[in-house]
Design a protein around this ligand. Structure first.
Ligand SMILES: [Zn+2]
Length: 331
């Protein structure tokens, strides 16, 4: 039995037909974790859909109304990049409920997973990039509304910039200096990443992403690390370490929301970075080690993953659970 919970439902499946987004990955992750003996059935808990009032903590009434009544414009449907249906709305509400439940369990047990969610491209008034509503933002606002937390941090390691997250949590911005050069010696001078850094407010957002990729418009996160194409494991990990260290010097979160996208993988169809499966597991370990050393609970969610072989995406996501198991069982 795991020392933490995995929130999952068969109804996380997104009814979008043949699509680059592997909607079947959630069930495959669950099956693999059970087959490999990483988890047993009692480790899984089933979410309920988010209440509309929770979704409305983030999204506009007009947008929620359009989703509920199937009245998105043609352009709005196009931006979403997945075909609208009432069943799809249900699946996204369920994913948001799952992120709320996982956030709650993270506060109890130190860590919890939503085996779904991470829809970081959704904005208050529209969806895009396969993301209808922003489950992570909904969970943050719900935890705050219930007075379970005041300050949250998002750590977004999907290959794509967390544009929805940045837009939702944008505050009055006070630019700070560049990141300290503590681990700069380990960074490749030939391929400098750009770091943008500005924060104010109760949610601190960190995004490490490929600069030359969707979305074209990247609204500022608290810390953005714009990575060059083709970056490899060691450079990526150094930038992540640097961003986390800098973020945690500036801000003291009560809960971290870790968006563990599988798409920085070198064989991803929509990504242009070059991380290995082993490097991605080291990424997960780094986030967990830093959070655990500071006793900050972590809610984990999955976001993207478009490997040529869907089994690789499943392996990367399962490894995130294994990384947590190894670390959180050790004490
Ligand atoms: Zn992505």
């Amino acid at each position: 039995m795991l020392p933490f919970k995995l929130v999952y439902s068969d109804d996380y499946y997104l009814p979008i037909g043949a699509h680059v987004f592997p909607a079947e990955k959630y069930r495959k992750i669950r099956d693999r974790l059970l087959e490999n003996g990483v988890a047993d059935a009692s480790d899984f808990i089933t979410p309920q859909p988010a209440y509309d009032q929770d979704v409305l903590l983030v999204h506009t009434p007009a947008y929620v109304q359009k989703l509920k009544t199937g009245t998105l414009t043609a352009r709005e449907q196009l931006e979403l990049e997945i075909p609208y249906s009432p069943e799809l709305v249900q699946a996204f509400w369920l994913a948001a409920g799952g992120s709320i439940l996982a956030a709650d369990y993270a506060l109890r047990n130190g860590i919890a997973f939503n085996i779904g969610g991470g829809f970081h491209h959704a904005f208050p008034d529209h969806g895009e990039g396969f993301c209808m509503i922003h489950d992570v933002a909904v969970a943050i606002r719900r935890m705050q509304r219930d007075d379970k937390i005041t300050r949250a941090m998002t750590v977004d390691c999907d290959v794509h910039h967390g544009n929805g997250t940045a837009a939702i949590f944008a505050g009055t911005r006070v630019p700070t200096g560049p990141l300290p050069s503590t681990s700069a010696s380990t960074l490749s001078p030939a391929t400098p990443a750009k770091v943008r850094n500005a924060h104010a407010g109760d949610v601190f957002t960190i995004s490490l992403h490929q600069e030359n990729n969707y979305p074209m418009w990247k609204p500022p996160s608290s810390i953005d690390v714009d990575l060059p194409d083709g970056i490899r494991d060691d450079d990526y990990l150094a930038w992540l370490d640097n961003a986390l260290s800098s973020g945690l010097r500036q801000f003291d979160p009560e809960l971290i929301f870790y968006i563990a996208g599988a798409d920085p993988y070198r064989e991803d169809q929509l990504g242009g970075l070059a991380l290995t499966i082993e490097g991605l597991k080291r990424r997960d370990e780094l986030v967990f080690k830093i959070a655990r050393a500071r006793n900050i609970p972590v809610m984990v969610t999955y976001a993207g993953g478009y490997a040529r072989r869907v089994e690789d995406t499943v392996t990367i996501h399962c490894n995130t659970v294994i990384a947590a198991k190894e670390l959180y069982e050790s004490r």
